[in-house]
Design a binder for this molecule. Structure first.
Ligand SMILES: *[C@@H]1O[C@H](CO)[C@@H](O)[C@H](O)[C@H]1NC(C)=O
Length: 395
């Protein structure tokens, strides 16, 4: 559902970006990490102390996009996007190679956000982001993916990391258990997520597990099974000390606090008391607490600047008319919400609109989806420009 970033552009872009880190323009970015090993206290909101790092992969994508803009005022607005903190997706084994270049310029007062996203049989209820590992390849996931990332996190113990664990995976088990691919994936998802939480439980890390969004697990009937599914993974991992809570709206479109909510007048709204993410964080957070799990949240505000665009909650692909949302901040106004962050890199496609493509998902051909759109993870310049023009607040 989200994306599987093809490595080519990002690697090429990094080769371009790396030298700029050694020029004199950004002296503060030159020193990587702290003087000594970092220990994060996951019983506190670490985003109060650390700023989400603007990673050099997204920076390179944005800088390339800026070069394509002939309108100088749009170009100067676009250039500011490169300085926004966002998460880096380690969504294939090959893309673990992005880790060290990304760590190289993280100052001591910043935290590097990483998305862990490579479960066997990934994206079981959709097609656009099916993963590289097949159902049954759990051992590869553990040894060639999670263990390798764990070793890198240990090696870079002078840098702080925030991890988002496996977007969509457990939510899919809650609501798409009738989909055969999700049935087949279920035990691998559960074991894989627990293994990731346990193995990546390191002092310089805080962990958040993906919990979909208010239009997904926020339905009244999904709250309890959703909370129990997540809590089960947390407990199966041995209740890791560095675990902080959950992530919502990852690559999503929901408003933080629009009231009445975006779909409040829909005929089925009475079955969903979580009509915005703020209510979802509070309502689902309470259920998680009952289920015995830490319950602080990160909320993706990367692309939720404009609402009222989707025909339905569940329309997830390249929503047309979208705009960049609130910039990363720990000032959320809600104690349970640690921070607004950018998780999905705005400008990267959610999935192809080419109906003849193997990974075509019909959601990417809906009337409310931007078309044409390239394969998931590929840069879409027109979409980026639209997000920029519609940014709320503006750049
Ligand atoms: C930090 O990592 C280095 C290796 O990069 C290791 O030698 C050192 O013991 C580690 N320090 C702590 C406190 O874990």
């Amino acid at each position: 559902m989200k994306f599987s970033k093809s490595a080519t552009l990002a690697f090429a872009a990094t080769a371009v970006a790396a030298p700029s880190a050694t020029t004199k323009e950004q002296p503060s970015k030159r020193q990587a990490g702290c003087a000594s090993a970092v220990t994060l206290d996951a019983s506190t909101n670490v985003f109060k102390k650390y700023t989400l790092h603007a990673n050099n992969f997204y920076r390179a994508e944005v800088e390339e996009a800026v070069n394509l803009l002939s309108d100088s005022s749009l170009a100067s607005a676009a250039a500011k996007v490169a300085d926004v903190g966002s998460f880096l997706w380690l969504d294939t084994i090959a893309n673990i190679a992005k880790f060290e270049p990304a760590v190289a310029d993280v100052p001591c007062n910043e935290i590097l956000g990483l998305v862990i996203y490579d479960l066997p049989g990934r994206d079981c209820a959709a097609k656009a982001s099916n993963g590289e590992l097949k159902v049954g390849e759990l051992n590869r996931y553990k040894k060639d993916y999670i263990d390798v990332i764990a070793a890198l996190l240990k090696k870079h113990n002078k840098t702080a990391f925030a991890l988002i664990i496996e977007p969509d995976s457990l939510p899919n088990l809650v609501t798409n258990s009738d989909v055969q691919a999700c049935k087949n994936s279920a035990s691998g998802y559960r074991d894989g997520v627990a293994y990731a939480l346990k193995t990546l439980n390191l002092p310089n890390v805080v962990q958040y597990i993906d919990a979909g969004h208010g239009g997904w697990l926020g339905w009244d009937a999904n709250l309890k099974p959703g909370a129990e599914e997540l809590a089960k993974a947390y407990k199966a991992a041995g209740s890791p000390k560095q675990f902080r809570g959950f992530a919502t709206n990852v690559a999503g479109w929901n408003s933080w606090d629009q009231s009445p909510g975006e779909f409040a007048s829909a005929s089925d709204a009475k079955y969903n008391s979580c009509q915005n993410e703020k209510t979802y964080v509070q309502t689902f957070g309470a259920r998680l607490k009952t289920a015995g799990m830490p319950n602080h949240a990160l909320v993706d505000t990367g692309r939720n600047g404009v609402t009222g665009l989707r025909e339905e909650w569940g329309n997830w692909c390249n929503v047309n008319g979208a705009g960049f949302g609130v910039r990363p901040t720990a000032n959320t106004g809600l104690e349970l919400a640690d921070a607004f962050v950018w998780i999905k890199p705005g400008g990267e496609s959610d999935g192809t609109s080419d109906s003849s493509a193997v990974r075509y998902d019909s959601f990417c051909g809906k009337p409310d989806a931007f078309q044409p759109s390239p394969e998931a993870g590929q840069w879409n310049q027109e979409y980026f420009e639209m997000l920029l023009r519609n940014a709320n607040p503006p750049f």
